[in-house]
Design a protein around this ligand. Structure first.
Ligand code: NDP
Length: 453
């Protein structure tokens, strides 16, 4: 007996939608199952609303700087309620666009909690549906297990849904979410403290970029508390207190738990389906996103590879190309650009200085300067740029930037780095003046060389 569908996708986020539409474009009969709303974390609870909040916050800096450029009487008060209503409308608009794109692609959509119910079978409420292939794209959600008491703290979802800003906020963690929200809320006028256990925020990023981000947060008025040995989070009459083994307790009206996310695998029935999980609870997959169970694939955050929207989309499309398009495709996870949308932002692509110099000889080129726009008004803000170059071949292995427009500049450079550009190619590129980006083609001499790994 033939199955009801060629493919059932569980999860209507960026990765699941991309996979479903690509598979349908090859003529597959596709059903997409989503527990709540179409759009997933990126569109509804992550990248998109976060960036809209960042744009709202950016006006505080613009207003503060305007007088230095001759503007008078530029001031204002931020009303979260107005932004929240506009954001709600915008997310609804985007959700409808995704619904229409799925309908136009002939992907059937069903809202309900899905559970694997046997080989090639999925249960939704009291319905059982069969498919030749099942793709799990359920994403991740806030992990509340890092410290006792975190269950009472806000997640990033909660901050994005606020209707009133707290007077003070304690951000726990030093990753993407922690840094971005610390910066945004500080720009919106909240007294922000960020506490993390490492020396610097953003573990895994280049150390000079991490240092620049920490200094940038301090310059925006954020109280940066590094090397915090956190013990537990408690309640006080006025809010919260974070107890630490190596310092005074930290108090705030509200707390954002930004200690990481965990794969959404609960109640999917994976144990009965022989789908293996790793020690962090992520679904184990091979380089073609195949799980340990025949007929079941997984993509995106639920597999905990590179937990970024474009990666989930690429994995979803590669799955569909391989299984339905007759074009076996694997995603290259080695060169993935990423950005931290703090103010100023940071972005990078490729290897850090530490990673590259542990492999072989490396030349480091740097630029460190006060950008024209803020130097004009007497600001001490600095832009930082680094290029990591293979000491043998001259190939550019990594590019890192902290400063205005870093995400836009790094996205453009990521094309060249992916294509294997060399430092000589940068040298023969004409500068576009006056920009900050031109500094990347004007780096003449290495600031240091690593020769012994
Ligand atoms: P991250 O994994 O980036 O950061 C988690 C932070 O929590 C780290 O600073 C970590 O510290 C800290 N932490 C974890 N466990 C503990 C503990 N037990 N005690 C104290 N501190 C702890 O997670 P995020 O939540 O910031 O982001 C989740 C994912 O979302 C990321 O993987 C990212 O890919 C994605 N994202 C991407 C964005 C972008 O591209 N701009 C924006 C937002 C999210 P330590 O470093 O010491 O381990």
């Amino acid at each position: 007996m033939s199955a009801d569908f060629d493919l059932i996708v569980i999860g209507g986020g960026s990765g699941g939608i991309a996979a479903a539409r690509r598979a349908a474009s090859y003529g597959a009969r596709v059903l997409l199952l989503e527990a709540s709303r179409i759009g997933g974390t990126c569109v509804l609870r992550g990248c998109v609303p976060k960036k809209l909040m960042m744009y709202a916050a950016s006006f505080s800096r613009a207003m503060a700087e305007a007088s230095g450029y001759g503007w008078t009487a530029v001031s204002g008060h931020f009303q979260l309620e107005g932004w929240a209503e506009a954001k709600k409308r915008e997310l609804k608009r985007l959700e409808q666009i995704y619904q229409k794109m799925l309908a136009d692609s002939d992907v059937e959509v069903l809202i309900g909690h899905a559970r694997i119910a046997g080989a090639r079978s999925v249960a939704v409420a009291d319905r059982k549906l069969s498919a030749e292939r099942i793709l799990i794209a359920t994403g991740s959600s806030t992990d509340r297990g890092a410290l006792p008491g975190l269950a009472h703290a806000w997640s990033s979802d909660d901050v994005l849904d606020l209707r009133r800003l707290p007077s003070s906020l304690l951000v726990i963690g030093g990753g993407y979410i922690a840094v971005e929200f610390a910066s945004i809320l500080a720009d919106l006028g909240v007294r922000v403290t960020i506490a993390f256990r490492a020396d610097l925020p953003l573990r895994g990023f280049d150390d000079d970029l991490r240092n620049s981000v920490a200094e940038g947060l301090k310059a925006r008025g954020v109280n940066v508390v590094a090397q915090s040995q956190m013990q537990s989070l408690g309640r006080t009459p006025g809010g919260f207190v974070l107890y630490r083994a190596n310092g005074e307790p930290l108090h705030a009206e509200a707390v954002l738990n930004a200690t990481g996310r965990k794969p959404c695998v609960e109640s999917l029935g994976l144990a009965t389906a022989d789908v293996r999980l790793d020690e962090k609870g992520a679904i184990v997959v091979d380089n073609r996103s195949r799980t340990t169970a025949s007929g079941i694939w997984a993509i995106g955050d639920v597999t905990n590879r590179a937990n970024l929207t474009p990666v989930a989309i690429a994995e979803g499309r590669a799955f569909a190309d391989t299984e339905f398009g007759g074009r076996p495709t694997e995603v290259d996870h080695r060169i993935v650009a990423s950005a931290i949308f703090c103010d100023p932002p940071a972005a990078c692509v490729g290897l850090t200085e530490a990673q590259a110099s542990s492999i072989g000889p490396v030349d480091i080129y740097e630029a460190h300067f006060r950008p024209m726009r803020t130097a004009f008004i007497g600001s001490q803000e600095r832009t930082y740029m680094k290029m990591v170059v293979d000491g043998h071949t001259g190939r550019v292995l990594g590019v890192h930037m902290f400063g205005t427009d870093a995400p836009e500049i790094i996205q453009a450079l990521a094309v060249s780095v992916t294509a294997g550009i060399t430092k000589k190619d940068f040298d023969r590129t004409m500068a576009l003046h006056p920009t900050s980006a031109e500094e990347f083609v004007l780096m003449r001499d290495p600031t240091r060389k690593h020769r012994r790994p």
